[in-house]
Design a protein around this ligand. Sequence first.
Ligand SMILES: C=C1C[C@]23C[C@@]1(O)CC[C@H]2[C@@]12CC[C@H](O)[C@@](C)(C(=O)O1)[C@H]2[C@@H]3C(=O)O
Ligand SMILES: O=C(O)CCC(=O)C(=O)O
Ligand SMILES: [Fe+2]
Length: 339
Amino acid sequence: MVLASPTPLRNEKILTLDIPIIDLSAERSTVSKLIVKACEKFGFFKVINHGVSYETIVKMEAESLNFFAKPAIEKQAAGPPNPLGYGCKTIGFNGDMGEVEYLLLGTDPSSIDIKSKFISTDPKKFSSALSGYVEAVRDLACELLDLMAEGLWVQDRSYFSRMIRAVDSDSCFRLNHYPPVITKDSALTTRVGFGEHSDPQILTVLRSNAVDGLQISLDRDVWIPVSPDPAAFCVNVGDVLQAMTNGRFVSVRHRALSNTSKARMSMAFFGAPSLTAWVSCPPEMVTESSSSPSLYRAFTWAEYKAVAYSLRLGDSRLELFRNCTHERDDTIAAQQKVA
Ligand SMILES: C=C1C[C@]23C[C@@]1(O)CC[C@H]2[C@@]12CC[C@H](O)[C@@](C)(C(=O)O1)[C@H]2[C@@H]3C(=O)O
Ligand SMILES: O=C(O)CCC(=O)C(=O)O
Ligand SMILES: [Fe+2]
């Protein structure tokens, strides 16, 4: 397997080891065990033979390419990202910046139809490509969540997937475009496209073109490049799934660096609960005795989302929901010091 070897940023180490690749056409109980292992160890894995058709993917990719190729003034008509819409370089509302432009979109049919008018000169074509893609990756996300429930011996197999399937689920979709970094002396430079963060939702399903840039961090200042594979989906555990598995699955910090010569494009589906849904563990994940006490207090997705949006991209938010008050107070104090 060919592994990406980008230039490390200052004081950082790069580890060349790839995340697990899981073949979804293999035997179900084997697949579910492998997924659980990957979510515990890396919080990330790739899936192949995932069942999403090539046609669905290329249609969406073509729409994304068309949009980002437009003149800046036309792209701005789909902005600003408050929080949905087109954004360039600014990420969120608290001063984060990156070498990226993006479109953040809702996944419900009415929001897709409304926004498409500002995105494409053929809104029907855009909204059909987007709804087809979103439906396919949502189904994939739900299938993966059911496999996780099976691997964790959670009796209610749709405990996790039901949240994403809800008609009022707050799932969203993001198209990212990282333009090539052009320097006068054509020297090799690495820039941060999308800074270090964890995803707040349940599960992220990401597909990128063949340009590298995605990296994950299991230890501070140590980065593992994820080699790009346009035929696979890269899947990662979000904060809410970490909470719902009582910390067994890890929501791992990741970032995207921009490559010097080629543009990276990624498309990410973030599967989320509905705003009013309560986030809590299935009974199998918690024991009253000391072996697995409940690590996080129950919260609604609306509450968690509000906290996420009030913080910086790289802030640790799930810590603020821990049942152990001392650690939580320490995190708040440390974050207030930095701000
Ligand atoms: C700085 C921020 C951008 C973000 C909202 C936040 O306040 C913290 C989480 C960020 C993130 C990361 C994953 C997704 O790309 C995203 C859409 C999300 O739900 O949380 C972004 C948010 C964003 O870009 O608005
Ligand atoms: O572009 C990528 O590969 C990463 C994007 C990402 O992490 C995000 O959109 O949350
Ligand atoms: Fe992310």
